[in-house]
Design a protein around this ligand. Sequence first.
Ligand code: PLP
Length: 458
Amino acid sequence: MGSEKKIPYKIYLDETEIPQYWYNVRADMKNKPAPLLNPGTLQPMTAEELSGVFCEELVAQELDNENAFIEIPKEIRNFYKMYRPSPLVRAYCLEEKLGTPAKIYYKFEGNNTSGSHKLNSAIAQAYYAKKQGLKGVTTETGAGQWGTALSMACAYLELDCKVYMVKVSYEQKPFRREVMRVYGASVTPSPSETTQIGKKILAEHPGTTGSLGCAISEAVEVAVSNPGYRYVLGSVLNQVLLHQSVIGLETKAALDKYGVVPDIIIGCAGGGSNLGGLIAPFMGEKLRGEKDYRIIAVEPASCPSFTRGKFAYDFADTGMVCPLAKMYTLGSDFIPSANHAGGLRYHGMSPVLSQLYDDGLMEAVSVKQTDVFEAAELFARVEGILPAPESSHAIRVAIDEALKCKETGEEKTIVFGLTGTGYFDMVAYEKFHEHQMEDYIPTDEELAKYAAKLPKVE
Ligand SMILES: *Cc1c(COP(=O)(O)O)cnc(C)c1O
């Protein structure tokens, strides 16, 4: 590694303005994210242990805290060309509607069939699996965006794709499931009878509608028990944030071209991958002491990992088969209230973002879901795009910050990540229109109950 040439800091774009390197923010972090731990021994996971679950090249990326730039293989850039560079749009109509002196920009990642930023990492993960000669990959999907993105990537590379879909989404979003099948994936509602852990969960909780943590356990079990298969994950992991850095690199390259310097950068946070990607090069400048930005993570009040969680080692999944990650977490048993419709329902948060947040390098706010859908509709009506509920968390806070500027008269520049479109979320929009949407916020007692079950790690 030491012999690798040091690449100077700048954004390298190819002839189609797509980044040639991913940027690895960990290289510039003084306090590195804590390592993943083996759940049995509580020792840091070695590359060898990790390679039983993940592809080798991805394991190397997961553990690489040193190299700032990692080359994006040509084959992946060719795929990116189908939908990248994604648009960076000045929201003139929204500014006018709000009557704010603030300048608002959004980076729109919904411009592909999967409808979200998840395709940026799906193609990378599928590519390395193919390169390793594997037969296929397994994964979980909640709302369905990740499963769809992975299905597209696997179809392109002719890899088998097995998706475990949280049962409630499987039933509520039959069209998502069908899109995945168009791309050749097999989709199983989770928990299922096809795995040991699924059977166990069904026996303990008959009638459960499933959770992400549970679907992860099933997908991992299938990957490790079938030769030629590995597990892939659409968020949280260091490698996923690395791949998503294309969002931030393109954003920064476009802003630099026009001499625009943002004051505030806002993104929604579920597992942290889009936000981690969007802020990566800006955070790099902040870490190197070159510039300063306000960076804000937005999460649902009903699943408030950053704002009310603990910074501790926790299980990534319900079945406790995955490595332990040190992150802001609500506890691996935590499941948001049934009326929560806005996505971003994972109990934990990316270890990279967790460390940056703990070091005071970024802020976090939580918002109520009715306020989120109100912002979504305001945005749709003036900017035309029908946003995903997840993305609308960022819209909410971008609007709030722009309204503050209206009061103070400050002409701040706000950039936010518009991660996707909401065409498959019409049940959630319907609830909002029918006034059936409630703002459930967990009590301190409830959260304490889950936090008490965090594993004990020194
Ligand atoms: C998955 C998803 C998110 C949340 O995931 P992160 O890893 O936090 O980015 C946000 N928006 C959309 C549209 C998604 O599909």
